[in-house]
Ligand binder design. Structure first.
Ligand SMILES: [Fe+2]
Length: 299
């Protein structure tokens, strides 16, 4: 069924050695709000309606443990589950109530490179969802380093209903709603986390957030600039445990008429790494950090 798909990237779960230190960073400096604390796991929200967009679990090594996607209702959860079952996906759980803050009904599974994914519907939402000029609203996207990008894109299309927005020499950008991308896969030799992007209301907010990070001793490792695919503004940082995090905003809103770009459509003039031509290339430190954080379950 063509229209059977997830409708948003809701949250990511990170494993970190020091939950308290990370929770302090993500609340005080990154400007999320702590919403729940249960069994040593801290849950943080943006200003948007999602119950939480980040969960911090205690683990010996930093790792991305899971990405959770929302869909419209329980029936769609069941239909997505039936399709996943038919496709023989790994580690497929039966749909069930989710026993963690935010709740809802959903199921988990793993993709071909061992990334743990979850589909949920009916999870709690916040009615106080007014934007703030210097706080993230929601997760914008997660980028995974992938040993087989085309296979990953195909898999997320078949199982979760994603569509390819753009393919460059470096990455595939895929979407599940009007945002140009919610997931991207970067060509790599190992399956690791590339970065997590948090959406700001606009460029002004990206700049304010970037200034707050600099004040706190976290230099801008790439940016501020405006990307090619998606046209979002960006500022990249290395957060605690070498997790690469991005403030982003103004991502292209697209629909089914969007012409899928191919690598030959996305080339920069010499010396350029962003649309404005103001950004220096990413720092060496950023490149290194973008390869470091393991995917839990990946070989
Ligand atoms: Fe990004």
């Amino acid at each position: 069924m063509e229209s059977l798909r997830v409708s948003a990237l809701r949250s990511v779960d990170l494993g970190v050695p020091d939950v308290a230190a990370n929770a302090e960073f993500y609340s005080r400096i990154w400007a999320l709000d702590r919403i729940a604390d249960e069994n040593g796991t801290v849950y943080l929200r943006g200003t948007g309606p999602a119950h939480h967009i980040l969960a911090l679990h205690e683990r010996r090594e930093p790792a991305i443990l899971m990405a959770t996607f929302q869909t419209s209702d329980r029936e769609t959860v069941d239909a997505l589950h039936a399709r996943a079952k038919g496709l023989g996906v790994d580690g497929l759980e039966d749909p069930a109530p989710i026993l963690e803050p935010g709740g809802g009904y959903g199921f988990g599974f793993a993709d071909r490179e061992g990334r743990v994914l979850r589909v949920v519907a009916g999870d709690e939402t916040h009615s106080d969802a007014a934007e703030a000029s210097d706080q993230p609203t929601k997760l914008s996207h997660v980028v995974f380093n992938s040993v087989d990008v085309e296979e990953a894109t195909r898999y997320y299309s078949d199982v979760l209903g994603f569509k390819l927005s753009d393919r460059t020499r470096i990455m595939d950008f895929i979407r599940c709603n009007r945002d140009h991308h919610s997931i991207a896969f970067a060509h790599a030799e190992r399956s690791t986390l590339n970065h997590i992007a948090f959406e700001m209301p606009d460029l002004e907010s990206v700049m304010r957030g970037a200034g707050r990070m600099r004040d706190a001793g976290y230099p801008i490792e790439w940016g501020v600039g405006r990307h090619g695919p998606g046209a979002n503004v960006f500022a990249y940082f290395i957060g605690p445990d070498d997790v690469v995090i991005e403030y982003t905003g103004e991502v292209d809103q697209v629909d089914d008429d969007y012409p899928t770009g191919m690598p030959e459509d996305w080339t920069w003039p010499p010396g350029r790494v962003d649309r404005w031509g103001v950004s220096e290339p990413p720092s060496k430190r950023l490149h290194e950090a973008q390869q470091k954080v393991m995917v839990s379950g990946a070989a």
